[in-house]
Design a protein around this ligand. Structure first.
Ligand SMILES: [Zn+2]
Length: 433
């Protein structure tokens, strides 16, 4: 058993000075002072939060280890305070059957430093032709299916997928994108601002039209459905209406869509799919999250090599890395500067709500009997984001050089420290020890 001492612990939406006693399975006790001579973690001056949960991560391995590996991607998660992540199935070979899934789970077991839950594909090879055998995959403990990276292009196939998902109580997790709306080379939101820069745009309907189609099928079939990286106000409205009808649907929003707009785009490190949209869209996302039309925050961490991102806007791949900057960016903007959210609200969006929706048992909160997964954060420490210090192999971030508050000091998964700050503070300049 171990104890975390001297920290301010987030319990039931409040920071309280408490000690936490835990073993490798669960939190055993939480009290103002816990007696006993246990090995100690000193959280003096820091907040102790439940480990963050991210349902949308691209680890790239197997298949694209030049971009990221399970080891580097999960270390990046640990550095960002994430203790549970869900990895998208657009790897090679696709985990679209029990054989490849078995190999994938084996790799994860061997290499991941945080709890890592793989998605299986919705369709074989993410080709929108043939639905995978969800039943056999769900018998392996895989309850989340996604073709992320692409939309499921035909209604009939999506309907079959939802029927199967319903039968095995699994969830469809959809990247919605109707390619009829996306011209070759389109790389940003379709708007006046981006047209002035000579870039070809992707309209909001590219996302919302397919989302509206999917929500119609959910209404017919009645399965669990989660919408990935919502970017457009029309999509927020569609989810609001679906929830009003009582459908079992949720939606996530990414850090970059909450913080950036089309006018901010400067080059390939601002290119992601879906793209950064208008100011009105961004406001709709923030309000949607606050009023429950959207549910929680995800990263869509999408590493690429420098070489790929050095290509021009129309040729470089979509995606940015985000795991290592998520908490500090959101804490700085919405809690410290705008005072729009409380710390507890932000942590609920990053831990409790995704854990609940994705059925992680006893995760996402600091409570007796819950998982011993914590992140220790110095909320007052100010620092400058430096991509060269990322654990991720991907350095493709639009947030390099941003000044933020809230430094992750230590991340603990299953009672083990998986990341610890190796920086010492010398007059506000950070030197690697
Ligand atoms: Zn996606």
């Amino acid at each position: 058993m171990q104890v975390i001492r001297n920290g301010l612990v987030l319990i039931e939406d409040e920071l309280k000075p408490c000690d936490i006693l835990f073993d490798e399975n669960e939190i055993i006790d939480i009290q103002e002072h816990i007696e006993g001579d246990y090995p100690e973690i000193d959280a003096k001056g820091c907040a102790v939060l439940p480990g963050f949960v991210d349902v949308h991560v691209h680890l790239r391995e197997p298949g694209h280890t030049e971009k990221e590996t399970i080891e580097t991607g999960t270390k990046a998660a640990a550095h960002g305070g994430f203790t549970s992540i869900f990895c998208m199935p657009n790897v090679i070979p696709f985990p679209d059957n029990t054989e490849t899934m078995k190999d994938y789970l084996h790799l994860i077991d061997e290499k991941a430093v945080v709890r890592t839950y793989p998605y299986a594909c919705i369709t074989k090879q993410e080709a929108s032709k043939e639905v995978v055998d969800m039943k056999s995959l769900s018998q392996m403990g895989i309850h989340w299916f996604s073709d992320d990276g692409v939309g499921v292009s035909t209604r009939e196939v999506m309907k079959q997928a939802m029927e199967q998902a319903k039968d095995c109580d699994a969830m469809i997790v959809a990247h919605t994108e109707d390619m009829a709306y996306r011209k070759p080379g389109a790389s940003v939101h379709e708007s006046e601002v981006t047209a002035q820069k000579g870039w070809l745009g992707i309209p909001s309907a590219c996302e919302s039209a397919q989302l509206i189609r999917d929500l119609g099928i959910v209404e017919e079939v009645g399965c669990k459905y989660h919408a990935c990286h919502i970017s457009a106000s029309e999509s927020v409205e569609a989810l609001r209406q679906a929830k009003q009808k009582g459908l079992d649907v949720t939606g996530e929003v990414t850090v970059h869509h909450l913080l950036l707009e089309d006018k901010d785009v400067q080059g390939p490190n601002w290119k992601m799919n879906p793209p950064l949209r208008s100011h009105a869209d961004r406001m709709a996302l923030i309000e949607g999250l606050e009023n429950g039309s959207l549910d929680f925050i995800a990263n869509d961490h999408a590493p690429h090599t420098q070489e790929e991102k050095n290509k021009p806007m129309d040729k470089c791949p979509f995606g940015i890395v985000s795991l290592e900057t998520c908490f500090s960016l959101l804490y700085t903007q919405f809690v410290v500067r705008e005072k729009r959210w409380t710390l507890a609200q932000l942590v609920n969006y990053m831990s409790k709500k995704p854990a609940e929706r994705f059925g992680l048992e006893k995760a996402g909160q600091i409570k007796k009997g819950y998982q011993p997964d914590f992140v220790i954060v110095d909320l007052n420490e100010e620092y400058v984001i430096d991509a060269s210090q990322f654990e991720s192999m991907g350095k493709n971030t639009p947030f390099n050089g941003w000044q933020v508050f809230g430094k992750i000091k230590q991340t603990i998964v299953k009672a083990q420290t998986v990341w610890k700050a190796n920086y010492i503070k010398i007059n506000r300049i950070y030197e690697k020890v």
